[in-house]
Write a protein that binds this ligand. Structure first.
Ligand SMILES: Nc1ncnc2c1ncn2[C@@H]1O[C@H](COP(=O)(O)OP(=O)(O)OP(=O)(O)O)[C@@H](O)[C@H]1O
Length: 762
């Protein structure tokens, strides 16, 4: 694939240089930069943190698909503010983690430039971030900007964060209140003193699915979603809807979930969901995880199940530390998925809450076989498949037991994988029952043991038999680390705990983000829109899904979300089916639709007709898009023309206006009909010129113009460094898509270079 080749080529040059982990990684500086056209300008250049030799990008042992790569590049290479959404299971979280790790490498020398946040503590801890409130030092529910500013200024680290952040990640945005989003945008502008830039110039990387859980409201107050906020309209430049569902592979199930997502269930779908009340039976003894709307239901279910098991329990107290003040630290620890006190018994059903590799992942469910020490399990672990045997048949020195990881000294410091068990199916093969003396001296087997044995070597850990895609795997799960850091990487809170939770039952809110192989859902006390969808979409297949007390009326999607989504999807060319259409592609892709009325709409012809004067070019483009294809009859869609100017070296007198005037014109309110449209082209041209002379980078300066049935606003001038010898105007356009929510997408349909001597396609 051409794209992959480009990236692979980038990689090959990287080898000679020290990694910068960033956008320039792999680029050797040529003696003379070749002229850049728009096509090359948009060529992906970022090197993902885990780029493979074949050019693919792998995250957590999963290869990102094309739409995920596209988003990653938009964020990392093109430094665009994006909102990427998609149904449950389309890989938003995985992609976000890939973006974060790539950004971390890109800005490895200035980690404070990246801020990782989420709407809830749970979501934040999943991505190693903090809540948006904590990040911004914002009192929940407070929207008085002056008061907030004076408070933030007293809080030095928060003030600093506001000023230094370059990229702000916000996860689970469906739960961010729209008023909060507006407040954040205003604070950013004020605190950064960048009044001319949306969100004070911070690049936003926002993700979530508005069909999932909404912002928490008081009483029966209607939620006000982030997409309804004013700031959303100006700050989110690109909306990408991921379409490929990874969690479920059965298209029928995907379609049913899609109906549920939209809150509209057909009678047939209803029958199917009702039929899912049948009990699930598996002969491996692993019961489905139960999901409940209420936390109290969950605690009751888990406690009852644990108590019902025979035998005594082992309790694991978390080892907590961290530099945050006690109260804050307690909150951060509370939000961690690892529990403060974990009580386990033989045969307890547990779920892993950390990724080990592609087989044992966050969400893998298993059963506890027993409790053993690390040395016993290391001695019982199967050798790696690549292990060579010595001639005499004994394992060579390179033949080591498998483990998830080893420390630099080669010592096992982590989970022991592929532990072999004896004929009883639960005892590690190297386990020797304690001798009578050892039995007498029980302490020798406990972490409190005196003597030289390391606590780690004598502590008993749970040996778990997990169900995996390949069948089963037995692993000894040892304590692992859960961290919460601030933007500078300072450790605020740390918990060392066994990365397991009891997995008979879980709340639907906590299940958000999980993939669960076997799940039993009781929808009886569903209280929130999106809650049923979140619950059912955790299931990887219908074979592993049981649904109790299903009622179609409890499948609710918020009407505002439905409307918003409809607008988002309306122009998608290939149908709106869950898992089908690709709206990462502009609605009118590849430029072809814009030339539908060739020759007069052929961009090259336009260019030839108007000549290289920017004013004329702008005029021609604006004229061209007053009736773009794809407009829906009777609607008043937003029409955006994106005009990108790469270099404008001669400044015609007509453009000779001070920057300030052009900028102030640009800041006039968008989408108002009261703007004087007498000379939009001139205004655009002024702006175009002013920006091209003063700006670097892609900056949006909207300008409005009434059009017969639609609006147009504009434009993204960019100056790109051409040498003085270039007396050329290079421009490219454009798309035009658009959308009631102001999201916009590029469909460059040509790059045209105009020189005084004439015009040619670049
Ligand atoms: N490119 C990919 N290839 C294979 N598997 C993938 C890919 N992207 C994501 N997945 C897998 O799909 C599953 C769902 O991914 P993820 O949890 O990121 O989805 P999501 O969109 O965040 O879902 P939700 O909205 O329900 O939280 C995970 O098991 C993840 O590992």
């Amino acid at each position: 694939m051409a794209k992959n080749q480009t990236v692979a080529g980038t990689l090959s040059t990287t080898k000679k240089r020290k990694s910068t982990g960033g956008i320039d990684e792999g680029k050797t500086k040529p003696a003379k930069q070749p002229r850049r056209t728009l096509d090359t300008f948009f060529t992906p250049q970022a090197t993902a943190s885990n780029l493979q030799l074949d050019g693919t990008i792998v995250q957590e042992n999963v290869t990102l698909n094309e739409e995920q790569v596209k988003v990653l590049r938009m964020v990392v290479d093109e430094e665009k503010s994006v909102f990427f959404t998609g149904a449950a299971g389309t890989g938003k979280s995985l992609l976000l983690r890939a973006i974060i790790s790539t950004l971390r490498r890109k800005y490895s020398k200035k980690p404070e430039l990246i801020s990782i946040t989420a709407s809830t503590g749970m979501a934040a801890s999943n991505i190693g971030g903090t809540t948006i409130h904590a990040w911004g030092a914002i009192t929940p529910g407070m929207h008085n900007i002056d008061k907030l500013i004076s408070y933030i200024k007293t809080c030095k680290p928060a003030h600093q964060r506001w000023k230094t952040t370059k990229v702000l990640v916000i996860d689970e945005v469906s739960m961010v209140d729209g008023h909060l989003f507006d407040t954040l945008a205003k604070l950013a502008v004020e605190l950064r003193k960048k009044t001319d830039l949306p969100f004070g110039g911070i690049q936003l990387v926002v993700t979530g699915d508005f069909f999932q859980l909404p912002p928490v409201t008081k009483g029966k107050t209607e939620p006000f979603f982030a997409f309804q906020s004013q700031a959303w309209k100006t700050c989110i430049q690109n909306v990408i809807s991921l379409k490929q569902v990874f969690r479920q592979s059965d298209n029928h199930f995907v379609d049913l979930l899609n109906q549920m997502r939209q809150g509209e269930i057909t009678p047939d779908a209803k029958k199917v969901f009702i039929s899912l009340s049948r009990p699930l039976t598996f002969n491996d003894g692993i019961l489905p995880t139960e999901l409940f709307p209420l936390r109290s239901e969950v605690d009751r279910a888990n406690a009852a199940r644990l108590t019902a098991l025979p035998g005594s329990s082992i309790k694991y107290e978390a080892r907590d530390s961290g530099a945050a003040p006690l109260e804050k630290r307690a909150k951060l620890l509370d939000n961690m998925v690892a529990q403060k006190l974990l009580e386990l018994k033989i045969d307890a059903q547990v779920m892993l809450v950390k990724n080990m590799d592609e087989t044992l992942v966050n969400g893998s469910v298993g059963k506890i076989l027993g409790f053993y020490t690390l040395p016993v399990c290391i001695a019982s672990a199967a050798p790696t498949p690549t292990a060579e045997m010595k001639k005499d048949g004994s394992p060579s020195s390179s033949s080591k037991p498998r483990s998830a990881s080893q420390d630099s000294a080669g010592k096992h410091n982590s989970t022991v994988r592929h532990v072999q068990v004896g004929p009883d199916g639960r005892t590690p093969i190297a386990y020797a029952p304690p001798t009578p003396e050892e039995k007498e001296n029980k302490d020798a087997k406990t972490p409190q043991a005196k003597g030289k044995a390391k606590a780690k070597d004598v502590e008993l850990y749970p040996l778990v038999e997990f169900r995996t895609p390949q069948g089963k795997e037995v692993a000894l799960i040892v304590r692992d680390e859960f961290r919460s850091e601030d933007n500078e990487g300072k450790l605020l809170a740390r918990r060392v705990q066994i990365p397991l939770v009891l997995a008979w039952a879980m709340s639907i809110h906590k299940s958000q983000g999980q993939t669960i192989q076997r799940v039993k859902i009781d929808l009886g006390r569903v209280f929130e829109k999106g809650q049923s969808y979140v619950a059912l979409s955790r299931a990887a297949s219908m074979d592993g899904l049981q649904v109790l007390r299903f009622e179609a009326r409890k499948v609710m999607a918020h009407p505002k979300v439905i409307e918003w989504s409809r607008n988002l999807e309306q122009l998608a060319s290939s149908g709106a089916g869950h898992g089908r259409a690709d709206t990462t592609q502009p609605a009118w892709t590849g430029g072809a639709p814009l030339t539908h009325n060739a020759p007069q709409h052929d961009p090259q012809n336009i260019w030839r007709r108007v000549g290289p004067r920017a004013a004329d070019l702008v005029n021609a483009i604006v004229g061209h898009v007053t009736s773009p294809p794809g407009l829906i009859n009777g609607s008043t869609p937003e029409v955006t023309v994106t005009l990108i100017c790469l270099g404008l070296h001669k400044t015609p007198a007509a453009f000779d206006v001070p920057d300030s005037e052009a900028v102030s014109q640009a800041r006039r309110p968008r989408n108002t009909h009261d703007i004087d449209c007498a000379s939009p082209a001139l205004r655009l041209s002024r702006l175009f010129c002013a920006r091209s002379l003063s700006a670097r980078g892609l900056v949006e300066y909207p300008i409005s113009r009434s059009l017969p049935s639609s609006w147009s606003h504009i434009c993204c001038p960019i100056q790109y460094g051409l040498s003085d010898a270039d007396v050329r105007v290079t421009a490219s356009c454009f798309v035009v898509s658009l959308r009631h929510d102001f999201s916009w997408q590029f469909a460059p349909f040509g790059t045209y270079v105009g020189a005084e001597s004439g015009l040619s396609k670049a």
